[in-house]
Design a protein around this ligand. Structure first.
Ligand code: FUB
Ligand code: ZN
Length: 649
């Protein structure tokens, strides 16, 4: 922990109280199978998707011997419980809640009972055949689940000071350490889904046990050195099938096609890639290893310069929930999993620890306000797994290639990785505002809050007063209560053309170094920085190499990307056009979608020239059309309708 940050932002307080009051109790009911909701399959015609129930807590009860029955759900069903627990931890950090604490402690007791004597923890194998553990790592998710447990345990320990959960996490990590590594007699391999590396590093930060750091490093750098590892395991595996079809996945799906240190592009399953990168960046930040940072830079550049959607979403195809190739960014068949956008934020957060580059904070902001936030309905009870940039509900229904592109957020999903991921990210949003580095403190996000940050032998207080993301300025009050000078880097947003800065009421020249304007405060000094960043509605264009976006524009204002919805613009959105000379007019509407911005413009709609045939020699004509754009995060909250981000110009 680098201090305490209390979020006061109107915009985010609403979401955070939604997490506390709606999501956490709702998800608890889902995990207990008492929510009385319909669980949707994430794709049609996939018999293997378990969608009858969650059963996640029941799996623990069975593994603990409290009840009888068998395992139900994905092999990674346990992680839903761990992410819930992690969200609870952050929520308790924000607000004490004895009832919720009691419930969480009961869950911890249950987890500890389900844990094997030697520390191994995974209900799938504990129930279905412990003798097969670690033998099918391509799909088993055993280390993935334990990684999530460790993350939750560290978060809960830090929030509540509970030793029991930390000991259980250490036991699990010690068991993994006994089982994996370069030494003879250990398994020379890793999990098909990165996550344990993140967990081990977090445990290292809390316990300072060097074995956890070493093991995380081993897993990260071992990956891809022996691409046959999963195949060799599969050839002799006789245990319960963990994940059908995984044997057909390409090596790159697991980032297992070559040593991680040689990988230059983001390949395979997008969430896996960004979890890998998060841990690599944490390792680089922790050890100061520049070579590992170079690996991170390569991944970062490839993702953010060639493979990321304008929403901050990643993953261009549903096949393997994966990256495809540079500039391949289809808008209506993509994946853009909510977890992947969140994972990109995790990655950015770690990169800021290594180097103070505002591009990391900007990508974090892009994913946060767009691809990630769209993952949740305004009621906090409906969730997207996949976040498209263009949707036609009829196609989603009838085109098998688009069955994953849902026009409405389901109540819950058979594969429920995203909703609890959102809950834990929003509940811990206070961790994303600042980066406290050895050399300076970075103000990454404009977010009304009051922070007490640890600095050398004292504290630095930073208060942000703003109604961002709507307001066009941020008053940042900084007081250095330490006995050493502090440097504070204020991010200068690249989405504003006319940023101005006043220091203690006097205009200052902005001199941004890698996107941050650096202030220096002597011990005891206070400064008031007033950052103004006019947010005009603007048009964005992709490089011509993105086939899908050529000739089109996307509208944004400040951190928000906007979209057109059928509710405001009628059907057949693709017939609309935003002419180059149309002005974009912004207004704020407190009554709309919990209070949101709207951009209006004069547009055109293509209409038939009179011909009724499918094809003819006559070009369509155009009629006037009034265009209304709303922020992308708020789409699909007014019933099922079309949506489109990129519009023909
Ligand atoms: O495999 C565990 C999680 O399920 C992944 O992170 C998601 O992409 C989903 O496949
Ligand atoms: Zn997910």
């Amino acid at each position: 922990m680098f201090g305490k940050v209390k979020i006061t932002s109107n915009f985010w307080s609403r979401y955070r109280s939604l997490v506390r009051k709606e999501m956490i109790p709702y998800q608890w009911n889902v995990l207990n199978d008492t929510a009385g909701i319909k669980i949707e399959k994430e794709r049609l015609n996939d018999e293997d998707i378990p969608s009858e129930q969650s059963h996640a807590l029941e799996n623990f009860r069975i593994a603990a011997g409290r009840t009888t029955g068998t395992h139900y759900g994905w092999p990674f069903q346990d992680s839903d419980v761990y992410k819930w627990l992690e969200a609870v931890a952050y929520s308790l950090r924000e607000k004490n809640d004895p009832e919720l604490t009691k419930r969480a402690l009961e869950v911890i007791d249950l987890i500890a009972e389900a844990q094997e004597e030697d520390g191994y923890l995974d209900t799938f194998y504990s129930i279905l055949g412990i003798e097969y553990r670690y033998q099918s790592l391509a799909g088993s998710h055993e280390l993935y689940c334990m990684g999530h447990f460790i993350e939750a345990a560290v978060a809960f320990y830090e929030a509540v000071g509970n030793e029991k959960v930390l000991q259980a996490a250490r036991k699990a990590a010690d068991q993994i350490d006994l089982s994996f590594g370069p030494e003879d007699g250990k398994i020379h391999g890793y999990d098909g889904h990165e996550e344990i590396e993140i967990g081990l590093l977090r445990l290292y930060h809390t316990t300072k046990e060097p074995r956890y750091l070493a093991l995380a490093k081993y897993f990260l750098l071992e990956r891809g050195k022996h691409p046959d590892f999963f195949r060799e395991q599969a050839a002799v595996y006789k245990g319960p099938a963990a994940l059908s079809g995984i044997e057909k996945a390409a090596d790159s799906y697991f980032q297992n096609h070559m040593p991680v240190s040689e990988q230059k592009t983001a390949e395979g399953h997008a969430v896996r890639v960004v979890y890998l990168c998060t841990a690599l960046a944490d390792l680089a930040a922790t050890t100061g290893d520049r070579e590992i940072y170079e690996i991170c830079r390569r991944f970062w550049s490839n993702i953010t310069e060639k493979r990321m959607y304008i929403t901050g979403g990643i993953g261009s195809t549903a096949r393997g929930e994966a990256f495809t190739l540079d500039y391949d960014l289809p808008n209506d068949t993509m994946y853009c999993e909510t977890c992947a956008a969140i994972g990109l934020m995790f990655f950015a957060r770690q990169m800021l620890r290594i180097e103070p580059r505002a591009e990391y904070a900007e990508v974090m902001e892009r994913s946060l306000y767009n691809a990630a936030l769209a993952g949740m309905a305004l009621d906090g009870k409906h969730f997207f797994y996949v976040n498209p940039l263009q949707v036609n509900p009829a196609s989603s229904l009838l085109d098998p290639g688009k069955s994953h592109v849902k026009p409405l957020r389901p109540s819950w999903l058979g594969c429920a990785c995203c909703p609890p991921n959102l809950a834990r990210m929003i509940a811990s949003l206070d961790d994303y505002i600042y980066t406290v580095r050895e050399d300076l403190i970075l103000v990454n996000q404009y977010l009304a809050s009051e922070a007490e940050l640890e600095w050398k032998n004292g504290k630095v207080f930073i208060k942000q007063v703003t109604d961002f993301p709507w307001e066009e300025s941020d008053r940042i009050e900084i007081t250095n209560h330490s006995d050493s000078t502090v440097r504070v880097g204020i991010r200068i947003p690249s989405w504003s053309d006319h940023v101005a800065l006043k220091i203690n009421g006097i205009n200052a020249d902005i001199r941004a170094v890698q996107g941050y304007h650096i202030l220096e405060l002597a011990a005891g000094e206070s400064i008031e920085a007033l950052l103004s960043f006019p947010m005009t509605a603007v048009r964005n264009y992709s490089t011509p190499l993105v086939a899908e976006d050529l000739g089109k524009t996307a509208v944004s204002r400040g951190p928000f990307l906007y979209c057109l919805e059928g509710a405001d613009n009628g059907d057949h959105l693709w017939t609309l056009r935003l002419p180059e000379d149309s002005d974009l007019e912004y207004s704020y509407h407190p009554e709309l979608l919990n209070g949101t911005g709207v951009i209006r413009a004069k547009g055109k709609r293509a209409i038939s020239s009179g011909s009724t045939s499918l094809y003819s020699a006559r070009r369509s004509e155009e009629a006037e059309a009034a265009l209304t754009f709303i922020p992308y995060y708020a789409w699909a909250n007014r019933g099922e309708n079309e949506m489109m981000v990129w519009i023909r110009e």
